[in-house]
Design a protein around this ligand. Structure first.
Ligand code: NI
Length: 155
């Protein structure tokens, strides 16, 4: 495994649409492992491939010591709503209020190419949505709204 550099907002790689993974190869497994190591080193709850400069539909999420390795993830069900503060390792030292579904189900492939489904609520649902957005060139700052006290982005 290796730590990779996290691309910061302003780099156009974060705005690109990522290509699907057609086969989960050793190279993809290496990417998954590097994403995990880099996410943990940065103390994040998720990291997507474009954040390390790789335009493939791969991301990792880790919430409550549970690691989710997601290849070609898509949200197949969503319900409810949550409105809370969100941050991103590519937008350092900022956070903003973003509306997300309270509960989502994600379908993806795992590191062996097997189809998996995960359902998450609260922070886990938020992290799934945030990381999958990255695969379509979307950053949370595109979705920030005024918070309950009227504040927007916080430094
Ligand atoms: Ni992010």
């Amino acid at each position: 495994m290796a730590l990779r550099n996290i691309v910061k907002e302003g780099d156009e790689v974060l705005r690109k649409h990522c290509r699907p993974v057609t086969e989960v190869t050793d190279r993809i497994r290496q990417l998954i492992d590097d994403l995990t190591e880099t996410m943990r080193d940065a103390e994040g709850v998720g990291l997507a491939a474009p954040q390390v400069g790789v335009l493939r539909r791969v991301c990792v999420v880790e919430v409550e010591d549970q690691l989710y390795e997601l290849v070609n993830p898509e949200i197949v069900a969503a319900e409810g709503e949550q409105f809370d503060q969100e941050a991103c390792l590519s937008v350092p030292e900022c956070q903003g209020w973003v509306r997300r579904p309270f509960k989502v189900t994600v379908r993806a492939q795992d590191r062996n190419g097997e189809t998996v489904e995960y359902t998450g609520e609260g922070l886990l649902a938020r992290a799934f949505c945030h990381e999958i957005d990255h695969l379509d060139g979307i950053l949370y700052i595109d979705k920030v709204e005024d918070g309950p006290d009227g504040e927007q982005e916080e430094e």
